[in-house]
Design a protein around this ligand. Structure first.
Ligand SMILES: [Zn+2]
Length: 236
């Protein structure tokens, strides 16, 4: 951004960075400009992509773990949206979340009932065999095959994706508000006087992508696309 301001054009420089928990990416260009870039994507979107990368890299246990975390963080995101709708402020969510933050079963319970009260139906969740499979992988050290990891990823996609699209459609304003809170939380006090930009990347589960075909592709199709992207960017 600073190069652009000084030279009137971007320098076409690229940096490889690893995914970060705080969503902030601080980079120094060859001219010494320091910039911070904030990734707009929510945790659940990033975690699902990490799972896909893990499959491409041959880490199937890690893929199952990341897909599971993606779904859990999606439930959290949905709860934020519902509470934003109910209270028009973040405070109610924060106060409630403190009481369930360390127990994923409580979070799931909250999600089931708030989903039901907002959409008038009981949400479809992972099937019992998929839950047993996940527990064996995560708690009992099971080493899944590539096929098992892909099947599990597709199940997570089947649970998460339609709900994400339903939220986006029926709670558009609240989804933007929660996105705004996320971007705000990624800023830090040290940003004063620095150029901070926001970028949006295309993830497999994607709140921002408007193409219908993107949301109907299977995990296998996304893996092919991701693998091509890794070759183009020299990350394979
Ligand atoms: Zn620069």
């Amino acid at each position: 951004m600073q190069c652009f301001q000084e030279l009137g054009r971007p320098t076409d420089e690229f940096s490889h960075v690893g995914f970060r928990d705080d969503g902030r990416y601080e980079i120094k260009c060859s001219l010494g400009h320091e910039t911070a870039t904030v990734l707009q994507q929510q945790k659940f979107e990033v975690l699902f992509d990490i799972g896909a990368h893990a499959i491409l890299d041959g880490y199937y246990r890690e893929a199952v773990s990341s897909f599971t975390s993606s779904l859990e963080r999606f439930y959290e995101f949905a709860l934020r949206v519902f509470l934003e709708q109910a209270s028009k402020s973040e405070e109610l969510f924060q106060n409630c979340w403190k009481k369930v933050a360390n127990q994923s079963e409580r979070q799931l319970g909250a999600f089931v009932f708030l989903w039901a009260s907002n959409f008038g139906e009981s949400p479809e969740l992972l099937s019992n065999p998929q839950v047993s499979f996940r527990n064996e992988v995560i708690h009992k050290g099971k080493i899944p095959t590539s096929e098992e990891a892909v099947r599990y990823g597709n199940s997570v996609l089947g649970v998460l994706r339609p709900k994400m699209l339903a939220l986006r459609e029926q709670f558009a304003e609240e989804v933007s508000k929660v996105t705004f809170y996320h971007l705000r939380d990624c800023r830090s006090d040290s940003d004063n006087g620095k150029t901070v930009s926001t970028i949006s990347i295309s993830t497999i589960v994607s709140l921002t992508c408007g193409e219908i075909s993107h949301h109907t592709m299977s995990l296998e199709e996304h893996l092919i696309r991701l693998s091509e992207w890794r070759k183009i960017t020299g990350n394979s």
